[in-house]
Design a protein around this ligand. Structure first.
Ligand code: NAD
Length: 496
């Protein structure tokens, strides 16, 4: 289908927004009766009011999850049966693709075409992939003597809390829910207060698919009021989080102070995209370098926010990146030709602007910024490219989470590696070269969970995803993700 902006605007006007929490299969408001205004990132208009949940709601949701887990209605099902239900959920996500895409774009401002063609299909795929895998995994028998039998089995953790961010709201939720539900856990999902709508809709679709009430609950609200009681809860067995590094660190310490719940945090990044002079196709490398930082308004944990370019080609290459950046001039997010939409809210907008100003005060040059032709009521930032950045500047060390590219030059492989690794983060990196040895050596030397050679953002559900250093622990995607959601049990049987 060929979409027009009018189509989406009409659909948005007719939309019934899901504005409730879902606990034990029932739509509920906050126990306190409190709610908050959920605004559209596109123009800051109020879409609906969302329950402002607190510890009482969390307690109810955890109890519902615990009861459903203990009942065995999901946890004790044959994997093939869980698979069937989860595949139905994946099919329902696909069937509701337009509605989910629109909710996502209205809520957090990303281009509708990206929501529809990337976020929603990859969310359905995350559920389907783990569903497909679960009835093909075998446990182990230890190599023991004939007088004993050693069983090594994986069991679900129990009640899992999933706390997710606003930049890929549905996708991040599905990266967690796919393996969590496939392995038989019951889940309490807490979306970001900035983008709760697709998580609520997803939970409704899960019920429709046949996931029993209580197995997937969604509680809405703010990090402090709704997130923290979930993290502190003594009856939550596992916590999976995607969000910022400061919050991730805080959650790890809260888990340690309470019941030592298994805690996995996927956090921020300051990824280096390294372009050597011997890259095969500098035009492709430049286009990809622009997409690496400007896709999703730069609100991507793996954004290639540091362009490390070999000094001998720096001027020529940065000019090519500037030209490629034009494709990302902000437009109305419901315009199907939009490649860069709205910044999620004022708080994020101010944060990004402060970083741009600060970098210039520290000596960086604003090489290029295009004027924004986007709705006046939202927060839009054009593609921003800073040259003359040195590795010690704040802009080169801290995560901006916006469409701001810092260009740094280098003159040797060793220098490129040293700069690339010189941040507290270790999420991802890109390497552009035709030299096979250099590609392997640099890839090996990078302290990052994902390394992309002659591409950026490569990989699919088969590749584990996560960070070294302060980008987090644990891995999402691939069969490795299941390790986070299961305990390993050794059962030793005396046969003598
Ligand atoms: P954030 O840390 O502010 O919030 C993430 C979630 O945590 C939200 O649901 C929020 O309500 C909740 N939260 C906040 N404070 C809390 C507290 N004290 N207790 C419990 N919950 C709390 O992050 P954000 O601004 O929503 O997302 C952006 C960040 O996410 C960036 O740093 C980005 O790099 C990171 N991210 C990482 C990955 C990854 O896979 N590594 C993917 C996407 C985003």
């Amino acid at each position: 289908m060929h979409y027009h902006r009018d189509y989406w605007e009409t659909k948005a006007q007719q939309m019934a927004f899901p504005s409730y929490a879902i606990i034990d299969g029932t739509r509920v408001q906050a126990t306190s009766g409190a709610s908050y205004a959920n605004r559209s990132a596109i123009d800051q208009s109020i879409l609906c009011h969302i329950p402002d949940c607190d510890s009482r709601d969390i307690h109810k949701a955890v109890n519902a999850a615990r009861d459903s887990f203990n009942s065995g209605c999901w946890s004790a099902l044959a994997p093939a049966k869980r698979k069937k239900v989860l595949l139905k959920l994946a099919a329902l996500i696909t069937a509701h693709a337009e509605e989910l895409a629109l909710l996502e774009t209205l809520d957090m401002g990303k281009p509708i075409t990206d929501s529809l063609s990337v976020d929603i299909p990859s969310s359905a795929n995350a559920i389907a992939w783990h569903a497909e895998a679960i009835d093909k995994l075998y446990d182990e028998i230890a190599p023991c003597s004939g007088d004993e039998l050693g069983l090594i089995t994986r069991e679900p953790l129990g009640v899992v809390a999933a706390i997710v961010p606003w930049n890929f709201p549905l996708n991040m939720a599905c990266w967690k829910l796919g393996p969590a539900l496939a392995t038989g856990n019951s889940v309490v999902l807490k979306p970001s207060e900035k983008s709760p709508l697709t998580a609520i809709k997803l939970t409704e679709l899960a019920l429709e698919a046949g996931i029993p009430p209580g197995v997937l609950n969604v509680v809405t609200g703010y990090g402090q009021a709704a997130g923290e009681p979930l993290v502190r809860h003594m009856d939550v067995d596992g916590l999976v989080f995607t969000g910022s590094t400061p919050v991730g660190k805080h959650l790890l310490s809260l888990a340690g102070q309470t019941n030592m719940k298994r805690t996995f945090v996927e956090c921020g990044g300051k990824s280096a995209n390294i372009v050597f002079a011997d890259a095969e196709d500098l035009d492709l490398a430049a286009k990809t370098a622009a997409a690496a930082i400007f896709y999703n308004q730069g609100e991507v944990c793996t954004a290639g926010s540091r362009l490390l370019v070999e000094a001998s080609i720096a001027d020529e290459f940065i000019d090519k990146v500037i030209s490629a950046a034009a494709a990302f001039a902000p437009k109305h997010p419901l315009d199907p030709n939009c490649s860069m939409g709205a910044i999620v809210d004022e708080q994020q907008f101010v944060r990004i602007q402060n970083y741009i100003n600060d970098a210039q005060e520290q000596g960086a040059t604003l090489a290029h910024t295009l004027s924004a032709a986007a709705p006046s009521n939202g927060y839009y930032i054009p593609p921003t490219i800073l040259t003359g950045v040195t590795p010690d500047m704040r802009i080169a060390q801290q995560e901006v989470f916006g469409p701001v590219l810092s260009c740094i030059t280098f003159t040797s492989d060793a220098e490129a590696l040293a700069i690339a690794n010189d941040t507290p983060f270790g999420l991802a990196a890109g390497v552009w070269t035709q030299n096979l040895k250099r590609a392997h050596k640099v890839a090996k030397g990078l302290r990052a969970g994902s390394v992309w050679v002659n591409n950026y953002f490569g990989g699919d559900m088969t590749a584990p995803f996560g960070g070294f250093k302060q980008s987090g622990n644990g891995r999402d995607k691939s069969l490795h993700a299941m390790e986070k959601y299961t305990e390993l049990k050794a059962t030793w049987i005396n046969l003598a």
